[in-house]
Unconditional design. Structure first.
Length: 256
């Protein structure tokens, strides 16, 4: 009985820790500064303001591109290294964890000249931030995927598939990936959260993403800025919930 009360109390404390700031954001964004009356003007401005709408679309597109780029770059590399050149595992781990030890401000200063060439080939578009975001998410994605790979016997699965005539592409996409799907999904969670909250790169490279738009809007319209901040949190939660539901549907046994 005592243990249940302790668990209930801790859950209430954690719930208050997370929900009270969100409730404060909602309260501030729906209250008129001068009259104190409730209004939805700040939330309507998110849809009516073309700058904010473009920033939301840009961040969502960047989230998709970052997840796809991270999976395409990291999963085949990690599987290939684990199966063919296991001695290179430490090197790959070091390279993937390196962005975690270098501040984002230092990274963006270092790659600014490189982005001149990126803009030359791909055009001056904020979507090129996906290259930088893939690098930023590597440390977290690596740990998640590596944990899933360590939980399966990838070598045995690959050798069995190869003995049945499967190519390496089939081995990776139809044998290994379904077995490490939870790790890939966790890495996607982190990538989406990072993109929707990353400010340093986008600001210093002069691109208009959702976090940059929120900061700029906060200087002129605080209620709308708070509404955008709360909306971005809710949007990230909904995206993560959708990914979680998709993962759950994969594990539901089909009735015969």
């Amino acid at each position: 009985m005592t243990g249940r009360l302790v668990r209930t109390g801790l859950l209430l404390v954690f719930a208050a820790f997370f929900l009270v700031p969100l409730a404060s954001l909602l309260n501030f964004s729906t209250k008129d500064v001068f009259t104190g009356e409730r209004t939805g003007a700040a939330w309507r401005a998110l849809v009516e303001d073309p700058t904010m709408s473009d920033a939301i679309r840009t961040s969502l597109t960047l989230a998709v591109l970052t997840v796809v780029g991270m999976v395409v770059l990291l999963v085949p590399t990690m599987v290939w290294v684990r199966l063919r050149v296991p001695r290179a595992t430490r090197l790959v781990e070091f390279l993937c964890l390196l962005p975690l030890t270098i501040p984002a401000l230092v990274i963006v200063v270092g790659v600014k000249n490189v982005y001149a060439w990126v803009d030359y080939f791909f055009g001056d578009t904020p979507l090129t931030l996906a290259f930088a975001y893939v690098v930023l998410v590597l440390p977290y994605a690596y740990r998640s995927i590596d944990a899933s790979l360590s939980g399966i016997d990838a070598r045995t699965l690959a050798e069995a598939a190869r003995s049945l005539g499967a190519g390496w592409l089939t081995v990776i996409t139809r044998v290994i990936v379904p077995n490490i799907w939870p790790g890939i999904l966790s890495a996607a969670f982190v990538a989406i959260a990072l993109v929707l909250g990353e400010y340093t790169f986008a600001s210093l490279l002069n691109y208009q993403t959702l976090p940059v738009a929120i900061v700029l809007l906060g200087k002129s319209d605080a209620p709308t800025s708070m509404a955008a901040a709360l909306g971005s949190i809710v949007l990230a939660f909904v995206l993560l919930l959708v990914l979680s539901l998709l993962d759950r549907r994969r594990h539901v046994p089909r009735s015969k």
